[in-house]
Design a protein around this ligand. Structure first.
Ligand code: ADP
Length: 396
């Protein structure tokens, strides 16, 4: 079965065509600057990337261009569109309505629209992608896979904020968590990789990318995660602050003469390791800066790693122990320095690092020593494959 996986943002759209039987990626790419000028990147498996600048006034034209590229007689991955058997859409926020992926129909779309309030930038963009596919590929089954769904098993004590209860009742203000597709995929995968019984396991997943979050997974079910109502909570990220004293918002607003939107812009886009280092949000640049003696780059790496270690400590308490820890996403998969710093804080758990293995990147790998009490692994995430698997499971 061929599944087209679509991840639609407000001005961009990432796609992959996956053969779900072999789990091979047949083609992938991205549309950027939708509604501005438009750029299409297309890459068939084993071929060079092609980049072109066709007009892309809306997501509908963008998806049409992707479909045309997929069936292009010279470079297409398939001969005709009927070879796309299903479409899997990433949807950011499913609120409390979706604890798992769902087949897309009119009722489902309405339920997603009702969650728009909770993700005003993301959900409407996801829905535009869904509607465009509906128009261009009528009759092809589609599935929505939610970033929040995996975390819906969190108990009330983990998802309630210390706020007036009526905000939860009236507005559904609570912790939801994100990156759920990745946390689900990686927690299952590490159990398989280590030969553990997932139904009898305590796993912590550290998804450390530009956006970063951690989850505590007990017997395959999420019991806590670091992101909240929005992805701003939790770890220090590329440009997001993560947890701060909420009173800082008023303090900065007064000092810098900013309104709420202005403060939110600072917390989302100008903070995190970018804000601390005043250099970059990218750990490659931060490490380079640190090696050249830049104190702010070093501070950014230290603050980031310390926060990750503190969250892991908290989740060991939530799980009352831990069997395995997985590092994943851009930093988790590729930054030995961060992994080493985090693991050094966790010596009290009986974790010892295999320095040689930790030097590797981007592959399933045990990076703790054989006698380490807790197994620590690099587990590359694959959200597109996870979406394709979910899609197949629901449409078959
Ligand atoms: P997102 O999906 O949230 O955009 P990714 O999971 O792709 O993020 O992670 C991107 C981040 O991964 C980069 O900003 C960078 O900090 C980090 N990263 C990628 N490659 C490396 C590397 N070789 N060494 C250190 N950090 C890396």
């Amino acid at each position: 079965m061929n599944v087209l996986v679509i991840n639609c943002g407000s001005s961009s759209l990432k796609y992959q065509l996956i053969n779900s039987d072999t789990e091979d990626v047949l083609a992938k790419g991205l549309c950027e600057r939708i509604g501005i000028d438009g750029q299409l990147t297309y890459q068939k498996a084993g071929e060079e990337k092609e980049v072109s600048q066709p007009a892309m006034p809306t997501h509908k034209e963008a998806i049409k261009l992707v479909l045309d590229a997929l069936v292009n007689p010279k470079t297409g991955a398939i001969k005709e569109l009927s070879e796309v058997d299903a479409v899997g859409h990433r949807i950011v926020h499913g609120g409390e309505k979706f604890a798992s992926s769902a087949v897309i129909d009119d009722d489902m779309i309405k339920a997603v629209e009702e969650c728009n309030d909770l993700a005003p930038l993301h959900n409407p963009a996801n829905l535009i992608g869904i509607n465009a596919c509906k128009e261009l590929m009528p009759g092809v089954p589609m599935v929505g896979v939610f970033d929040t769904a995996f975390h819906q098993t969190m108990p009330k004590k983990a998802y309630l904020y210390g706020l007036p209860y009526e905000y939860y009742e009236k507005y559904k203000v609570r912790r939801y968590g994100f990156h759920g597709t990745s946390h689900s995929f990686v927690s299952k995968h590490i159990a398989k990789f280590l030969g553990m019984d997932i139904n009898n396991s305590k796993i912590i997943v550290a998804h450390l990318g530009n956006g970063a979050s951690i989850s505590a997974v007990l017997n395959g079910k999420c019991i806590d995660t670091s992101m909240g109502l929005t992805p701003l909570e939790g770890l220090v990220m590329g440009t997001r602050s993560g947890d701060i004293d909420p009173a800082i918002m008023e303090f900065i607003a007064n000092k810098e003469n900013l309104d709420i939107a202005g403060v939110m812009e600072v917390l989302n886009k100008k903070s995190g390791v970018q804000g601390i280092s005043q250099t970059s949000s990218d750990f490659r640049d931060l490490e380079e800066g640190m090696d050249k003696g830049n104190d702010k780059c070093e501070a950014a790496i230290e603050v980031f790693s310390y926060r990750v270690a503190k969250y892991i400590g908290a989740y060991v308490a939530a799980l009352n122990g831990v069997d395995a820890i997985a590092f994943t996403a851009g930093i988790g998969e590729n930054a030995p320095l961060v992994r080493k710093k985090v693991m050094e804080y966790l010596g009290y758990l009986g974790i010892s690092i295999d320095e040689e293995a930790n030097g590797h990147r981007g592959e399933d790998l045990l990076i703790s020593t054989k006698d380490s009490k807790v197994k620590v692994c690099i587990i590359p995430t694959n959200e597109e494959l996870a979406i394709a698997r979910e899609t197949v499971a629901l449409v078959k």
